[in-house]
Design a protein around this ligand. Structure first.
Ligand code: ZN
Ligand code: ZN
Ligand code: ZN
Length: 307
């Protein structure tokens, strides 16, 4: 005798359960249509999610972006309640625990020991209590980043060792689904043909004091590698677009790199002499960032209480 697949078996069991215990489920289609005309779009979506019959019978309503967000949050909360029930009934693998901050499960190692013994609805993973320091004024939690996206990374305070109109913004973007936080700072402005001392650049970088990962002290323990053909002490021949100094963090799992670049100054007023600017740029790769237990989030963040 051919075997019935497991998914069909459980669908049949659900149908039997619904038609036995749910008076709503057994109502004729015309009555269900009538009832649905009194429901809000979110209520229709929630009803459709309860059974196969309702999802076939009730056409999906048009959802605005805020409503779609609300619906996703409803689904996540109901998935979370199911996970909590699974954990209480010992139906999750032994090394998996539910996280009430991320509304999903993580490996037990993602939680501090003190959290592991808490009930699932109150337990929080370590990553959800950590913060990503964007600059000296701004720190972002995983929850804030999830809600606000790249905008939550923006800082309203002007940046740059050269203050005023030259200051640049902190920029965060997604590349192929990955979050990359790019931080730029203008170190100095020089006349178009003027060379720059290596020492000058290093001192300016040392004064910046923000924008890198938690493992690098600016200008102190940064290891500089020579950029393209820039081994000399004096960057006289440093052309626009050339990288002067490049390097990266050596901490395991941290994907932070930085470089100093000579760029043409763009925001000159009419009649002003052409200038070049020496720009310090940091790129912090955070990966796809699906949850706060991601090791790439942990390595780039600090404990909220240590600030
Ligand atoms: Zn979590
Ligand atoms: Zn700032
Ligand atoms: Zn690092």
């Amino acid at each position: 005798m051919p075997q019935t697949p497991k998914s069909t078996q459980s669908a049949l069991a659900a149908e039997l359960h619904n038609s036995t215990y749910s008076p709503l489920y057994t109502l004729p289609a015309e009555l269900l249509y009538l009832i649905s005309s009194f429901l809000s779009p979110l209520e229709i979506m929630s009803t459709r999610a309860t059974s196969r019959k309702f999802s076939v019978l009730l056409p999906p309503p048009k959802l605005t972006t805020p409503l779609r967000r609300q619906y996703r949050s409803l689904v996540r909360r109901s998935h979370f309640r199911a996970l909590c029930a699974f954990e209480r009934q010992n139906q999750l693998p032994p090394d998996i625990l539910v996280c009430s901050a991320c509304l999903q499960s993580h490996p037990a190692s993602a939680f501090p020991l003190s959290e592991q013994t808490k009930p699932p609805a109150r337990r929080q993973c370590a990553g959800s209590t950590r913060v990503f320091r964007v600059c000296a004024h701004k720190a972002v939690t995983f929850a804030a980043l999830e809600v606000g996206g790249a905008e939550s990374m923006r800082c309203a305070v002007p940046h740059g060792a050269v203050r005023g109109r030259e200051a640049r913004e902190v920029v965060s973007c997604r590349v192929g689904g990955d979050v990359v936080v790019v931080w730029e700072c203008v170190l100095m402005r020089v006349a178009a043909g003027r060379g720059v001392w290596r020492k000058e650049v290093l001192e300016a970088v040392g004064r910046v004091g923000e924008g890198v990962c938690p493992h690098l002290r600016m200008g102190v323990d940064m290891k500089w590698e020579a950029g393209r053909g820039m081994l000399g002490k004096w960057f006289r021949g440093w052309r626009v677009g050339d990288w002067g100094l490049v390097g990266s963090c050596e901490e395991g799992g941290c994907e932070t790199s930085f470089y100093v670049e000579r760029k043409r100054c763009k925001d000159l007023k009419d009649g002003e002499e052409e200038m070049a600017e020496i720009v310090f740029c940091v790129e912090r790769h955070l990966g796809p960032l699906r949850d706060a237990a991601d090791p790439r989030w942990s390595v780039q963040t600090v404990d909220m209480h240590s600030m």
